[in-house]
Write a protein that binds this ligand. Structure first.
Ligand code: FES
Ligand SMILES: [Fe+2]
Length: 377
């Protein structure tokens, strides 16, 4: 948990997973359970999945009049997190103003639901990554997801690192005879680092249409972008053909990461090519998985980068900068009486209702003390 970032946008689901028929939807992210639902205005909503009344899981309930209704005593919560209905009390004025749940900003973009896990005010939040190709009609989309076991950072760094293509992926898209050696430059931004390199791909697994006008086995331009916290966009271009893949990482808990691959391309606009590309993508990630799941950089004094890793190192530094700025999830992890751990991150609601915010601050301080006492024992 120490390595995970709050105050960031994460993909929580595909938009098509949450409909009025499917709701409420339970999803886990950063060790926290969320209940997703659609409110009376048709707006996607995401709240902490622990009812403030007696702690029941809200996602076991239902949605009534646009409120998320707890299964236990039927208190209804609006998308703002406020308790809007308590059927067992007559006067609505008697609902305590602090009877509310953390409610997180959630938006739809590229057919995905993005949730902002943190309490940063709107004007300070990092933007969601821009991938304009997803909105262009000449690009066909392709989506799939898979779950990996292991810690987030080695997995994320694997997708940032293009220098392993020729070695680990010589059996799929990498070209073992032409490993990457070229120098390149890195562009560093506030939320993103980027580089563009030229690589040779494996002609036996060539996934673009033929480009004879560019000669035999032409260079492919790869534009690589890392966007905080766990987003990677890799564009492969040869001639007029481009294939873009957005990788999103959703850390579920300490051991599981859900990786979503969302691609689009301006060639081979048919279902047969979809299957072919999907299979190739899965074979590539399977080659990665075997090695990545073996990586234990945490036992090293320090993982040592070499000069060609400068893009990866810039991405690593950007992640660390966010972590050092107080965005670690760690301070918001609670131990349940069952010995399991649950994260409950502060949402913007806490700033809007001071009493509610203060009560959580006290609870977090208490948890910290208990943890410390346990370590001293
Ligand atoms: S525990 Fe949710 S309404 Fe009582
Ligand atoms: Fe790889």
């Amino acid at each position: 948990m120490k390595e995970w970032l709050k105050n960031s946008w994460y993909v929580i689901a595909r938009a098509c997973e949450l409909t009025v028929e499917t709701q409420p939807l339970k999803k886990k992210l950063l060790g926290q359970n969320l209940a997703l639902f659609i409110d009376a205005a048709g707006k996607f909503s995401a709240v902490n999945d622990v009812c403030p009344h007696m702690g029941a899981s809200l996602s076991l309930g239902c949605v009534k009049n646009g409120n998320l209704v707890c299964p236990y005593h039927h208190f209804g919560f609006a998308s703002s997190g406020k308790c809007a209905e308590v059927p067992s009390i007559v006067a609505p004025g008697k609902i305590p103003s602090t009877l509310m749940v953390d409610s997180y900003p959630i938006v739809e973009k590229y057919g995905l639901l993005w949730v902002f896990m943190g309490d940063m005010p709107e004007d300070k939040r990092p933007p969601i990554v821009e991938v304009p190709e997803f909105d262009k009609p000449e690009f066909r989309s392709l989506y799939h997801d898979l779950t990996w076991r292991g810690s987030v950072r080695p997995m994320l760094e694997n997708l940032i690192d293009f220098t392993h293509f020729s070695y680990l992926h010589a059996g799929t898209f990498g070209n073992g005879e032409h490993p990457f050696r070229e120098d390149y430059t890195v562009k560093r931004g506030e939320y993103e680092v980027e580089c563009t390199v030229k690589v040779k791909l494996n002609p036996d697994n060539w996934f673009f249409p033929p480009v004879p006008e560019l000669g035999e086995n032409p260079d492919v331009t790869v534009r690589c972008r890392y966007h905080v916290p766990t987003l990677v966009v890799n564009d492969f271009t040869v001639g007029k053909y481009t294939d873009v893949t957005l990788f999103t990482f959703t850390p579920i808990d300490d051991n599981e990461v859900l990786i979503r691959m969302f691609g689009c391309r301006n060639f081979d606009q048919n279902a047969v090519a979809d299957t072919k590309l999907k299979n190739l993508g899965e074979r590539i990630l399977e080659e990665d998985r075997l090695v990545i799941e073996s990586c234990v950089p945490e036992v090293l004094p320090r993982a040592i980068g070499v000069s060609v890793d400068k893009y990866l190192i810039a991405a690593r530094n950007l992640y660390d900068k966010w972590l050092k700025a107080g965005n670690s999830v760690q301070d918001h992890v609670f131990e349940t009486n069952r010995g399991t751990r649950l994260t409950i991150l502060p949402s913007p609601v806490r700033a809007n209702n001071e009493t509610f915010g203060r009560s959580w601050k006290r609870r977090e301080a208490q948890e910290k003390k208990t943890r410390k006492d346990k370590t001293t024992d």
